[in-house]
Write a protein that binds this ligand. Structure first.
Ligand code: PMP
Length: 376
């Protein structure tokens, strides 16, 4: 059995999610838009999942819309809100460490005439709410700031930032990509002061290809996908009932154990860092107060990809930085002050509460072996 330590890339679907998906495919296979009983049953399954997910983030179910994943949710948030509010307010503010689905979308809007301001962490590698507020103005339509960085686990001060922004500029729409925080840290839309929130199912033991966006009541987004007006016209296309049902089942299961899983993950993180603390060339890139689920370390002097494949050859799966950047050197690590040889040797180890100390000990042992055996 491989030791799977790449849970920030994706997670194994839980039995409950698989069962819900299979049930929707074998028994409840109607189209939610159909007017007969099979359609109604499918709609009930979708709305059941909607209610579960809404409850987990303290939202009204009417504010949850299903999408094909967080990439689409992020596109809808940025494109949809800028189309609704950006006619006379041409500035968009984002953090400089956003996932590609926010960064590349913002870059595209920049090409289409928006001004995009990217806020970086300070010298100490930390973000400060004032740095966001200071670049916002009457000309700003949208701010997008992720909750947990997917490469380092750094937790951004979203609540403080959005509250400060809203206090000075109540008109600015606030969007948070909560993908790596959802079901790991408490996510409450009102506490975050977020108008828009993106979620993904496959990071929480659901199935790939489904996500959701929370859109606060009264906030407008212009749809990106138009068609049959499913999801109240916000996201057309026949709902993927199996994936949505699986998303609901996974969220329901995990929401019961948020705090205890967090404590377990925290102690696993400490365990791993202790296990590698005496390896000279290992540096820790994740902050101590980051999400315990993501541990980024560098083996200085050994390139990430070479170490990654050595670990793989021993049955251990980790990632080099972000899975989405597929081996390209990460600009995000540079933003956090991790550059040159240290960035070249970065490995992302992402765990779940089911990860065991024995698996982490094995990783540490194989890392030592790799450092001896591989060069460059
Ligand atoms: N945002 C973050 C922070 C992510 O880590 C990911 C997944 N790599 C996404 C968005 C995209 O999510 P999805 O795979 O559901 O499109």
């Amino acid at each position: 059995m491989p030791v799977y330590l790449d849970n920030a890339a994706t997670t194994k679907p839980c039995a409950e999610a698989v069962e819900a998906a299979v049930r929707a495919m074998t028994e409840n296979y109607g189209n939610p838009s159909s007017l007969h009983r099979a359609g109604l049953d499918a709609q009930l399954a979708v709305d059941g999942a909607r209610k579960i997910i809404a409850d987990t983030i303290g939202a009204d179910p009417a504010c949850i819309y299903f999408t094909s994943g967080a990439t689409e949710s992020n596109n809808l948030a940025l494109r949809g809100a800028s189309a609704a509010y950006g006619r006379n307010r041409r500035k968009i503010v984002i953090s400089a460490v956003e996932h590609a689905s926010v960064e590349e979308t913002a870059a595209d809007l920049e090409k289409k005439g928006f001004e995009v301001v990217r806020v970086s962490p300070r010298e100490d590698g930390r973000f400060y709410p004032a740095d966001f507020v200071n670049v916002c103005g009457d000309d700003t339509c949208l701010i997008s700031c992720m909750l947990v960085n997917n490469e380092t686990g750094y937790i951004l001060p979203v609540k403080e930032t959005f509250s400060a922004v809203k206090r000075r500029f109540p008109h600015i729409i606030t969007h948070c990509d909560c993908v790596q925080g959802y079901m790991k840290l408490p996510v409450r839309v009102s506490a975050l002061n977020a108008d828009l929130v993106s979620l993904s199912a496959h990071k929480i033991h659901g199935v790939k290809g489904v996500g959701a966006i929370f859109i606060k009541k009264g906030v407008r987004v212009v749809p990106v996908v138009t068609g049959g007006k499913q999801e109240k016209g916000i996201r057309s296309g026949t709902e993927s009932v199996p994936l949505i049902a699986a998303f609901g089942a996974a969220a329901e299961k995990l929401s019961a154990t948020l705090d205890e899983r967090y404590k377990t993950a925290q102690s696993l993180k400490v365990h791993l860092l202790n296990a590698v603390s005496d390896i000279d060339c290992v540096e820790v890139n994740s902050p101590e107060d980051g999400s315990p689920y993501i541990i980024n370390i560098s083996v200085v002097g050994r390139r990430s990809e070479i170490m990654l494949h050595f670990l793989e050859s021993k049955g251990i799966y980790v990632s080099s930085g972000s899975a989405c950047s597929k081996g390209q050197q990460s600009g995000v690590l540079g933003q956090f002050g991790i550059r040159d040889k240290r960035a070249d040797g970065a490995l992302r180890i992402s765990i779940t509460a089911e990860t065991t100390e024995a698996e982490l000990d094995e990783l540490a042992a194989v890392l030592r072996e790799g450092i001896e055996k591989v060069r460059g």
